[in-house]
Unconditional design. Structure first.
Length: 148
């Protein structure tokens, strides 16, 4: 890890919510989601939080390293309609080896939308790709055995 990857790093992500990021569009094959109000979906909000965290630390990771989200503890306190702008503020609270913990706050023009914490872990892309390839080939082998 780079020595600059330290608590206190922060980032702000501003995002104008389009219609296709509302609840009915999260899983369009789900009738239950399709019947929900057209407001920013929690699933997309989590993605925005992850994006803001990745943005905060990207300049502080060595080549070949990235982070993966491993835990989310967020509230979703207010609905954000399409056309509104949500602003996500993230602060790196702790660094414990490869584990990073962020404090999160998100607001739109009208209210506090989200607060909580998000944990990410630093991974080596080559090692991760190898582990993933092993998993997918194991699953393919299992499928062949199960169906063969």
């Amino acid at each position: 890890m780079e020595p600059t990857l330290t608590p206190g790093l922060s980032s702000t992500l501003t995002y104008r919510v389009p219609e296709h990021r509302t609840v009915p569009h999260l899983l369009p094959e789900s009738q239950q989601f399709a019947q929900m109000p057209h407001v920013l979906a929690t699933g997309y909000l989590v993605g925005l939080v992850e994006w803001a965290c990745m943005q905060a630390i990207a300049p502080h990771l060595p080549p070949g390293k990235r982070t993966l989200g491993v835990h989310v503890d967020l509230s979703h306190e207010a609905p954000t309609p399409p056309g509104s702008t949500v602003t996500i503020e993230v602060v790196l609270a702790t660094v414990e080896g490869r584990r990073l913990l962020f404090d999160i706050t998100a607001r739109d023009e009208a209210a506090l939308v989200c607060q909580g914490r998000h944990r990410r872990t630093v991974v080596d892309l080559d090692r991760f790709a190898s582990a993933l390839a092993s998993r997918t080939s194991d699953q393919a082998d299992f499928g062949a055995v199960a169906h063969g």
